[in-house]
Structures are given as C-alpha cells and as structure tokens.
Design a protein around this ligand. Structure first.
Ligand code: ATP
Ligand code: MG
Length: 392
C-alpha cells in the first residue's frame, strides 16, 4: 500500500476515528493487482477532516469529500460514511423513477457498504487490526470471481443506471463473470442508461475502451444489448456483419481485438485512435459505397456525428477522429511522394499511422501501404528547377 494512504489511515486512527481503505483499493489489493487510486472512508465529518489534516481540501457540492494532498501531487480521497440517498420527488418527476438525486446523509460503516454498487467494491480494510470488514459477502464473490449487485439489482440499476456500465467494465477488467440475476437486470434496465448525464455515460464508455480488456468489454456491451443503447448506428452495422460461422464476431470486434494486443505490448493509444478504431469498419464500408462524385468529407462528418454527438464527445475529439479517417483513406490509396510528405509532417501523423497499423492487423490486408508509410521518407533526387528564362 502507498505510504500516503497509510499516513492518512494512521492519522485518522490516532485522532480517535475509524479510517478504512475502501472500494476498488481493497478489491485490487486482495486480488494482488496494481492499485489505481485509493479511497478512504471514515466516521469523521468533513469539517473535522479539515482539523485533522493540514493538507486537506474539501471538494464536491452535494457531498463533501476531503482531498488530502501530498508532495508530488498525489491525492488521497477521504469520504465520510454515508447512507443510501433517498429519491427526491419533484413535480415533473415521473413517479416510477427511482433515480437517486440526493446522496448526502451520513451513516454507519454498514450503511456505507450497502450504498455501494457491487459486493466486491464494498470491502473495507482496517489498518488498526489488519482486518477485512465485509458486510455484503464480497470476499466470497471475489473468490468465485463474480460481479454481483448489492441488494435487488433491478432497483440498484434504476437508482443509478451508470452502475450497469461500471459492472461491465469491472467484469471485463477483472475477467469476472456477472452473476445471473445481476446480468438479467443489466439487460432489463439497459435503456435507463440514457437517463444519466451524457458526460457520465461517455466517460464510462471511454473507460471500457481505454482498458487492456476493451475487446471483452465490447463483447459484454453487445451481449447485454447496451451497444444498441449507447451506439445504435454501430449496433446496426454489427448486426449486418456478424460472421455466422464463428462466435458472432465481426469486423468491429476484430479491430478491438487488435487494440488488446497492442496494449499488451505497452502501446499508448489516444482517445481519438480508440474512437477511430471503433468506427473503422463501418466508415471503410461507407466510403467504399459512396459514388465517386460524392462529397466524402460531408458524408463522413454526418456518419461520425450520428455516432458521437449524442454522447457529446468534445468537438476537438470528433474533428480528430474525422481527420484520422480521412488520413487512413489517403494512406490506403497510392499517393504521390510530394503529397505523402505533407501528411508525414502533420501533427496527426503518428495517430494516423497507428490507425493504419490497427486496420492492417484487423483485416490482414494493406500490408504494402503500411510498409510504405512506416519506412522513413526517401528524399529522392529533387528535380532541378527550370532555369528562369530558359524558354524565353
Ligand atoms: P477503479 O478506480 O479501479 O476504476 P473503483 O471501484 O475504485 O474502480 P471508483 O469510481 O474509484 O471505482 O469508486 C470507488 C468506490 O465507490 C467503488 O468501489 C464503489 O464502492 C463506490 N461507487 C462508485 N460509483 C458508484 C455508483 N455509481 N454507485 C454505487 N457505488 C459507487
Ligand atoms: Mg477507485
């Protein structure tokens, strides 16, 4: 465990408080995985945390969380044990909605465990006696490699449908199975994902794509019927291109499988490359079927906007994905050397080359184009400029 988190836990203990490591930190610690971020839960209320820690900043409007800041920019997040929020009814609310809009009442450690999403995310580690505290059967599920919602999964997903995407990400990342009732509820409640703020949906989808396990994450999104909800156009293309002789794989998943391999080799991939890879197969098909006199840029723009605008991907990312697709099209065609140089000098060249590599690996085609673009530019003999006045 990091020195910083230990300092926080011991300081809480020495000032008379409970201080537990919680959430993903405990789960990953028990699985022997590298820990991305540490979360601490305590019975100390935010204003008390300000007194206990000099290096503390309170953040969050609805629920105050303490950020304990350390040298080098490391931050440990400390939150006070809280209860499951009650739903707030308002005039325009649909009376069936269980969506939680308030989540800010303090509670006991047990309340805090029951408001969490999955059993394996609700374990606590107490440094005072080195024990694991488990109110929800999380240890057993960790051992059986199961993602199980805490309580009634239908209700929990209705309260916060983003949990469905979190569950998919967790199952893919850890290579765990989703427990039967949780899985069925994910499928039943999947359309509610659109009730969440688009920024949350977009971030969760990107987290799935950014992981090494993005291929299995995609597969789970498909099997749970969620691709249809978050990217309906992609689902339409996928359904039309399923390879009936295999396990239902198709061109989109072939592209994502390549991402997994590249990641395993340590490749860093930008979000634009990820989104261009996700749309590479349908875009290639779209461009192939366009009549020759058609405005390629416009059709491409329209196709990408139908995919990425509903989740409000930033304009800069959408434009870059657009450019990457144009660059891929250009690289796959035979090009004159002079024009080749200008693409090489462009800021998107590294990402465009990566996309070309992914596309070649996914389709097992276009290798000569890849070799041509990967090899350093040949500065062939420049034509001598015609002497001025030669033809005069
Ligand atoms: P990782 O950080 O590896 O992505 P994590 O499980 O730590 O995974 P965080 O987003 O850091 O995820 O959340 C910390 C903890 O807060 C979770 O483990 C879970 O217990 C709880 N949590 C997060 N989001 C929700 C949610 N939407 N509903 C209920 N509990 C949640
Ligand atoms: Mg975390």
């Amino acid at each position: 465990m990091s020195q910083e988190v230990l300092k926080v836990l011991y300081r809480l203990q020495h000032t008379g408080h409970l201080g537990y490591l919680c959430g993903g930190g405990v789960r990953d610690l028990l699985l022997g995985r590298e820990i991305d971020d540490y979360d601490v839960a305590t019975d100390a209320e935010p204003k008390r945390l300000k007194e206990v820690f000099g290096n503390c900043r309170l953040v969050g409007r609805r629920f105050r969380i303490a950020h304990i800041m350390f040298k080098g920019g490391k931050i440990i997040e400390v939150s006070t044990f809280r209860k499951q929020g009650e739903e707030e009814s308002s005039e325009e609310d649909d009376s069936n909605s269980l969506l939680i809009r308030r989540d800010n009442t303090f509670g006991s450690p047990e309340d805090d465990a029951f408001r969490r999403d999955f059993t394996i995310n609700a374990l606590y580690y107490n440094v005072a006696d080195f024990s694991i505290i488990d109110y929800v059967g999380g240890r057993e599920d960790l051992q059986s490699r199961l993602i199980r919602a805490i309580g009634d999964p239908d209700i929990r997903f209705q309260e916060d449908p983003i949990r469905i995407l979190r569950g998919i990400r967790l199952a893919a990342t850890l290579d765990f199975k989703v427990e039967e009732a949780t899985w069925e509820a994910m499928k039943r409640q999947r359309h509610r994902i659109l009730e969440c703020a688009v920024s949350r949906i977009r971030e969760e989808v990107m987290k799935i794509l950014r992981r090494e396990s993005c291929h299995s994450g995609f597969d789970l999104l498909v099997r749970a019927g969620i691709l249809e909800v978050v990217f309906p156009k992609l689902e339409e293309f996928r359904l039309a291109h399923i390879e009936s002789n295999t396990t239902g794989e198709g061109p989109i998943s072939h592209h994502l499988a390549v991402l997994e391999d590249l990641r395993a080799q340590g490749a860093k991939l930008s979000d634009s490359v990820l989104l261009a890879t996700l749309t590479a197969a349908p875009v290639r098909e779209l461009l192939k079927t366009l009549p020759s006199d058609h405005d390629v840029g416009k059709s491409l723009h329209e196709y990408l906007e139908t995919n990425f605008k509903p989740l409000a991907f930033p304009r800069i990312v959408r434009s870059k994905v657009h450019l990457l697709h144009l660059a891929l099209r250009y690289m796959l065609a035979q090009q004159r050397r002079k024009r080749r140089r200008s693409l090489r000098r462009s800021p998107i060249f590294a990402d465009a080359l990566r996309l070309l590599e992914i596309h070649c690996l996914a389709t097992n085609q276009h290798w000569s184009a890849l070799r041509r673009w990967q090899s350093p530019p040949v500065n062939g003999p420049r034509r001598r400029r015609k002497a001025k006045g030669r033809h005069q």
